[in-house]
Design a protein around this ligand. Structure first.
Ligand SMILES: NC(=O)c1ccc[n+]([C@@H]2O[C@H](COP(=O)([O-])OP(=O)(O)OC[C@H]3O[C@@H](n4cnc5c(N)ncnc54)[C@H](O)[C@@H]3O)[C@@H](O)[C@H]2O)c1
Length: 386
């Protein structure tokens, strides 16, 4: 049996393989992905109760599920139930911390939506609470379970590319004005950031997972959308501790949408959408294709099998962790890593300076209040601004 990071075993109710009761807090769009994810494991879990500040949203979710699930009148009512073991927190970004902490304090394991938190201070508070109570805290960064991303990780871990000399990530999305109509979107207070924190967080998380801890970042960001203050464009370089230098572009204004990665060593490269490349120098010093190199990359990629996808993968990871008494592979500490890089990117784009990591507890950018006080707010889309 694996141990939790705190060294304690996670609390268990009855035997490890008992069916776990699920409660969902926040019944909007993403809650359906959680329901489908739990339903992929019908012998191991069962959604029993939901709660939303808007009663109609909770009723609608239960109707969509086909009934048979209780709608609670308050979060406290849901958390007081003995038949709930795991709580999915599907509220907007600014409203993750309170339900996560309350659920942990009520003895529930938690699956929290991304972005885990607006600041490292909030991440640390939730991670600390889970560790102190010996409870599992997973975060929905479902890209970590994608087969193509895991194939890249496997190749890098086996040093098939050698030292990385070039790394590029494009998170190019398109979000129309109607996307920002939801009351919580478009403001720093409620959405906790723009395209980096909300869309590109997925490929950024993979970038950091593949390339390791960042040493420093230099970023620029802007806001083109009307009536919003969060960034909808960002471009940055990230210097990794390994020495690799990565280049990142994130936008919510790209009509040509694309999520892509390129990682290149001296003679071999891999990319997403999944591709393998290898070259060698011939006797005259000319670059020629290295077909055996490509075959070696493909052979190693084949060693990684497929598994559950999307939220079902995150839920499978959480259930396994609870049953084994260990920590999910994508837990709070893992989710904190990309929050730290994004915080540094916001700090750099706001100050115009290169920012070194880690972000310490004495840094004003460590807390949510500090970020909100210092972040540069864009208002370009509004008449009379900038
Ligand atoms: N993992 C992913 O790929 C993915 C995809 C989409 C959204 N998300 C994340 O999921 C979260 C929710 O997004 P969404 O698109 O479902 O938003 P949404 O607006 O559709 O739903 C949010 C729901 O939470 C409710 N709510 C707000 N505050 C609450 C509180 N304190 N207690 C209980 N309910 C509360 C709202 O009434 C609403 O019904 C966000 O953090 C978002 O970033 C993740």
């Amino acid at each position: 049996m694996r141990r939790a990071r705190s060294g304690r075993f996670y609390t268990k109710r009855g035997s490890g393989m008992n069916q776990k009761g699920i409660g969902i807090i926040g019944c909007g769009a993403i809650s359906r992905a959680h329901v489908n994810g739990y339903r992929a494991f019908p012998e191991r879990c069962d959604v029993r109760a939901v709660y939303d500040v808007r009663r109609e949203s909770a009723d609608e979710l239960v109707r969509w599920m086909g009934g048979g699930v209780d709608v609670c009148g308050s979060m406290r009512e849901l958390l007081a139930r003995d038949d709930i073991d795991i709580v999915s927190v599907c509220t907007p970004p600014f409203a993750h911390k309170e339900p996560v902490l309350d659920a942990l304090r009520a003895g529930k394991h938690v699956l929290c939506e991304k972005p885990f938190a607006p600041s490292l201070a909030d991440c640390d508070e939730m991670i600390g609470e889970a560790e102190a109570r010996g409870l599992a805290l997973g975060v929905s960064l479902q890209g970590r379970f994608r087969r193509d991303y895991r194939q890249l990780k496997h190749m890098l871990d086996n040093r098939l590319l050698g030292d990385i000399r070039f790394a590029q990530m494009n998170g190019l999305y398109w979000r129309g004005e109607s996307y920002y109509e939801a009351a919580w979107r478009g403001t720093w207070e409620k959405q906790s950031g723009g395209v980096m924190m909300n869309q590109a967080i997925h490929p950024l998380d993979i970038f950091v997972w593949l390339l390791g801890d960042a040493e420093s970042v230099l970023a620029e960001m802007d806001t083109f959308g009307r009536g919003i203050e969060v960034e909808d464009f960002a471009a940055a370089t990230i210097r990794f501790r390994s020495g690799a230098l990565g280049q990142v572009t994130c936008t919510a204004n790209s009509v040509q949408t694309e999520v892509s990665l390129k990682l290149s060593g001296a003679t071999r490269a891999v990319g997403i959408p999944l591709s393998f490349h290898a070259v060698r120098e011939d006797e005259r010093g000319h670059m020629v294709p290295d077909e055996e190199g490509v075959r070696e990359l493909a052979r190693m990629a084949d060693e990684i099998g497929d598994g559950p996808k999307g939220h079902a993968a995150c839920i499978g990871d959480l259930l396994r962790a609870i049953e084994e008494g260990s920590s999910p592979d994508v837990d709070g500490a893992e989710a904190r890593r990309v929050i730290e890089v994004i915080t540094a990117l916001y700090k750099s784009a706001s100050t115009g300076e290169r920012v070194k990591l880690p972000i310490g507890r004495d840094d004003p950018w460590y807390t949510t209040d500090g970020i909100l006080a210092h972040v540069r707010r864009g208002r370009r889309g509004e008449p009379g601004s900038r």
